[in-house]
Design a protein around this ligand. Structure first.
Ligand SMILES: [Mg+2]
Length: 143
């Protein structure tokens, strides 16, 4: 096996990074999402919030820290499902427990953003577009 010089090693590494970056750009070319994504997302968000309000959860304003803690709690529930083999959810048995808890996270985020008037759908599109343009592994991060 041939040993590479430091210069050859660096060149080979750069070549690999360039190849992976080109693959990434090809795979993540920004899709033109239909304009109705925002409308459809907002409709679901409104339904989620109206349901929470109808069940009394917004009779008084809730602070952002409380809402974030509740979002965390749903992720902890997902972790517990996975720690126990990820059995099906008790209330929606056609889905595994982890995915239903992930749904709860999103529902809580949708509810909170709707109540606050924060443009979540638009932020998702903007962040996705930003992420598409980021370098491979964001400049060498391990994860
Ligand atoms: Mg839950």
């Amino acid at each position: 096996m041939k040993h590479l010089t430091a210069g050859e090693y660096i060149a080979a590494q750069q070549e690999q990074i360039d190849r992976l970056q080109a693959e990434l750009e090809e795979k993540t070319a920004m899709v033109n999402f239909p304009d109705d994504f925002v409308t459809t997302f907002r409709m679901m968000q409104s339904a989620v919030h109206n349901n929470a309000a109808a069940h009394g959860w917004w009779e008084t304003d809730r602070n952002d820290g409380e809402m974030i803690a509740l979002m965390h709690s749903e992720l902890s529930e997902a972790l517990e499902y996975i720690r126990h083999g990820n059995p099906n959810d008790d209330h929606c048995p056609e889905f595994n427990g982890a995915v239903t808890e992930f749904a709860d996270v999103i529902i809580r985020i949708m509810d909170t953003c709707h109540q606050r008037g924060w443009p979540l759908a638009e932020a998702i599109l903007a962040k996705h577009e930003y992420n598409v343009k980021r370098p491979y592994k964001h400049g060498g991060k391990a994860f």
